[in-house]
Design a protein around this ligand. Structure first.
Ligand SMILES: NC(=O)c1ccc[n+]([C@@H]2O[C@H](COP(=O)([O-])OP(=O)(O)OC[C@H]3O[C@@H](n4cnc5c(N)ncnc54)[C@H](OP(=O)(O)O)[C@@H]3O)[C@@H](O)[C@H]2O)c1
Length: 349
């Protein structure tokens, strides 16, 4: 059963029993809740492909982590559809290579690179300032960059656990910094990448930074659950504040990218198990389709979560992804937002 649910702050004023009943109804029927009304999320065309992507001419996108994997495929496909694309990642050399490959394949591609380390809040703020100074607006932000499961606990420039910092806090801060640019667009979208790992994820408010105990996979799952809850909470706040942003979540299933090699390592137990089935996984280009649908399809809906619908949602046709119960908890999402504001020093206005 695929489910999506949005719970607005208006709903939190309803009685607990009525909220519980609405949540159960939503779980059962696959509803989203918006402004006190339930509306059905329409599943995408299962075989949606780049051929279905509407022209993106005149639209400006920022793609974090566009130097490899899905982010690279997002940037290339958006540029091919006529968008102006800014790739933001850490390494200028990888940035130059990504731009050169895209320009080689797509004649006239408008793509540029901006250096940012999402695990350094000063770097994220500086990127926001540069973009606000040079772009007229931002039509789409793809919060894609991530790291996965470094074997030992590491910390960011600001002292936060590295996966939480890179995958969640950096994107929380970046989205806040570019909010003024997004609000200048007539139809802004923010697409945030999550993962099937969230189905085993939990937000540990008592040890968010994994200081007491560090399990690399649990910390990864927590960080991706946080991004999913962020995507839903941003949609609620956008509706409430009238920002006009469609906030949508997506995940690729399992795709062959650099994530494992640069995280736990291909020679780790996880890496060896992963490598056994790698022929079965999506390519990065296939893994990018849920994100690209969310970023461009006219039918894509704010508050939805898109991903593959095959076995365990690891691959297969595009559809509505399973939302774990914890990600449907509007109160927990609001609490997490407040924590992120405190840890990043960024408030949305
Ligand atoms: N691959 C999968 O099976 C899978 C499954 C579920 C979800 N996902 C999600 O899909 C998204 C894309 O991952 P991928 O598989 O395509 O991984 P990837 O090939 O390793 O790409 C990750 C990108 O993130 C960038 N990045 C990493 N740390 C950064 C930082 N501190 N600041 C700025 N950029 C940073 C990297 O760029 P530089 O190194 O050049 O900075 C790289 O471009 C992630 O959100 C991931 O969680 C992937």
């Amino acid at each position: 059963m695929t489910t999506n649910i949005m719970q607005t702050p208006t709903l939190t004023s309803l009685g607990a029993a009525r909220r519980k009943w609405l949540a159960t109804l939503s779980l059962t029927l696959g509803f989203a809740l918006e402004a006190n009304t339930a509306f059905a999320l329409n599943p995408p065309k299962p075989d949606w492909s780049l051929a279905d992507m509407p022209s993106q001419s005149g639209r400006i996108f920022l793609v974090t982590g566009g130097t490899s994997g899905m982010g690279y495929e997002d940037a290339k496909a958006l540029a091919a559809a006529g968008a102006e694309v800014v790739i933001a990642a850490r390494n200028p050399q990888r940035g130059r290579e990504a731009m050169a490959r895209i320009k080689e394949e797509i004649r006239g591609a408008q793509v540029q690179f901006e250096e940012v380390d999402l695990a350094d809040l000063a770097s994220v703020k500086a990127l926001g300032e540069r973009l606000n100074a040079k772009l007229p607006r931002l039509d789409g932000l793809i919060n894609n960059a991530a790291i996965m499961a470094p074997p030992e606990r590491q910390t960011s420039a600001d002292g936060h656990e590295l996966q939480l910092a890179t995958n969640y806090l950096g994107h929380f801060a970046l989205t806040g910094h570019v909010l003024p640019l997004l609000r200048k667009s007539s139809a802004p979208r923010v697409v945030t990448l999550s993962s099937i790992a969230v189905l085993r994820g939990n937000i540990d408010f008592d040890d968010l930074q994994s200081e007491r105990a560090y399990n690399p996979y649990a910390s990864y799952a927590q960080s991706k659950l946080a991004t999913l809850m962020f995507a839903f909470e941003l949609q609620r706040r956008s509706q409430q504040q009238g920002w006009g942003i469609q906030s949508i979540a997506a995940h690729p299933g399992v795709a062959v990218t650099e994530l494992i090699a640069r995280g736990p390592g291909l020679d780790s137990e996880f890496g060896r198990n992963w490598a056994k089935d790698r022929d079965e996984y999506h390519s990065a280009a296939q893994g990018a389709l849920p994100t690209l649908y969310a970023a461009t399809a006219h039918q894509a809906q704010g508050g939805a979560y898109y991903g593959p619908t095959g076995e365990e949602e690891k691959r297969g046709p595009l559809g509505l992804a399973t939302v774990p119960a914890v990600a449907q908890d509007g109160e927990a999402a609001a609490r997490l937002w407040t924590v992120a504001e405190r840890l990043t020093g960024v408030t949305y206005r």
